[in-house]
Design a protein around this ligand. Structure first.
Ligand code: PLP
Length: 415
């Protein structure tokens, strides 16, 4: 463990592992090795404690109360908004809207900005690398508006074809929606260039940051992103909460998403006026406890340093890639130059599901299937992959166990 203590750039992985209670258990009689982090990360004690403290100590509805508990809850809730603002480097806290997560953030933009701005004959560009949540909301919108979806193709390595993208852009393009990093292949997309090119034709850009938030620096102002969507649970926070960043002038020009309490200024049967941003987009009682706990996840990332965490995860990625590549019959799907710590692979003659089950019997949690990216699987002519995705608490020793397990599975299946 001494190597873990030293870690990369002072990262103490051994100490970090201690912060995550769920990691310290046996699954099927073996120590758990959790490699399903792209689906959801585990939560540190501080996140769990914050949720517990809220419900035990100051559960109250926010914004509308003047009593002590309501004020305490409101303050803690708004602290998280400020932390997200800083995390994304947004200009102001009003540009941060709480949502259930990336999926809801994208649906919000499609249902408001999209409905208002996209007209018959307009075009929306997505990529072949997208998660279903960055495809289907646009398909629904396109159907309603008689608009067209255009798709940026992906190379054999799993990289976006940027020349093809530039060809797709035109004055018909209203929106470009792409991910910062791919959940299936790990590809990091050149979003700065994507945004710059889209802006040249007057299109707005939504970045799906679900997989970037844990691994990549994010600066929405430097990127000049119009919208940026994140989910707390992808970077050590609770499920059921996340955020949408939107440029102030866009958010102010957009109609509300849902109607209800909080999003209004005045309601009468003669007409209703809406609240200012961000509250205009936050109808109803939000997921208060989880938003408050979300702040602890941001603190966890900030305290460890995203750069140091990413450097360590890159080391795990390189180590795992090298080891897996050496297994006969195993093919890595997604070999982009720039990747977050995700390895997707297939093995000749063995169904991904069987590999997943046999690894689970050894206490090793990987994900198998299409990873909500069916068009991408179609592109590669496969049904699905096995995906191992690493977080800051994973170790090379755990990777060795996975590689050894796969080696044995391959030998057993080829008998
Ligand atoms: N986009 C990407 C790239 C993802 O990986 C995911 C989740 O796996 C999502 C969007 C949807 O995120 P959520 O389910 O948290 O809304």
């Amino acid at each position: 463990m001494s190597e873990l203590k030293e870690g990369v750039k002072g990262l103490n992985v051994e100490a970090i592992r201690k912060m995550f209670p769920v990691l310290h258990q046996e699954v099927n009689g073996k120590p758990l090795a959790y490699f399903d982090n792209a689906a959801t990360t585990q939560k540190p004690e501080s996140v769990i404690k914050a949720l517990d403290e809220y419900y035990r100590g100051y559960n109250a509805n926010i914004h509308r109360g003047i009593h002590t508990l309501a004020e305490k809850a409101t303050k803690a809730f708004e602290v998280t908004r400020e932390s997200i603002r800083a995390f994304l480097n947004a200009e102001s806290r009003e540009e941060i809207i709480f949502t259930k997560g990336t999926t809801e953030s994208i649906n919000l933009v499609a249902a408001t900005y999209g409905r208002q701005e996209v007209k018959k004959g307009d075009e929306i560009i997505v990529s072949e690398l997208e998660h279903h949540s960055n495809i289907v909301p646009w398909q629904l919108l396109a159907k309603e508006k008689e608009a067209t979806i255009k798709v940026i193709p992906v190379s054999e390595a799993g990289e976006l074809d940027i020349d093809a993208y530039k060809e797709l852009l035109s004055d018909k393009t209203k929106l470009v929606a792409v991910n910062h990093a791919s959940n299936s292949l790990g590809t990091i997309n050149p979003i700065e260039e994507i945004i710059r090119e889209a802006h040249k034709v007057g299109a707005k850009v939504l970045i799906d940051g679900a997989q970037a938030s844990a691994h990549l620096p994010i600066d929405v102002q430097a990127l000049d992103a119009d919208f940026y969507a994140i989910s707390a649970h992808k970077f050590y926070g609770p499920t059921g909460t996340g955020a949408l960043y939107g440029k102030r002038e866009l958010l102010e020009s957009m109609p509300p998403y849902q109607g209800g309490g909080e999003m209004i200024k005045d309601v009468s049967f003669d007409g209703t006026t809406y609240n200012d941003i961000p509250y205009k987009f936050e109808a109803g009682t939000p997921n208060i406890g989880d938003v408050i706990a979300f702040n602890e996840a941001i603190k966890f990332v900030n305290e460890n340093g995203k750069d140091a965490m990413a450097a360590y995860e890159s080391e795990l990625l390189a180590y795992g890639t090298k080891k897996l590549e050496a297994i006969g019959g195993l093919r890595i799907v997604g070999t982009a130059k720039n990747k977050v710590s995700v390895i997707s692979f297939v093995i000749d003659g063995i169904h991904p599901f069987d590999i997943g089950q046999m690894l689970d019997a050894r206490g090793i949690a990987v994900r198998t299937g299409h990873h909500c990216t069916q068009p991408l699987m179609d592109r590669f002519g496969i049904e699905g992959t096995v995906r191992a995705s690493f977080a800051v608490y994973n170790t090379k020793e755990e990777i060795d166990r996975m590689v050894d397990g796969i080696d044995r599975i391959v030998k057993f299946m080829s008998k």
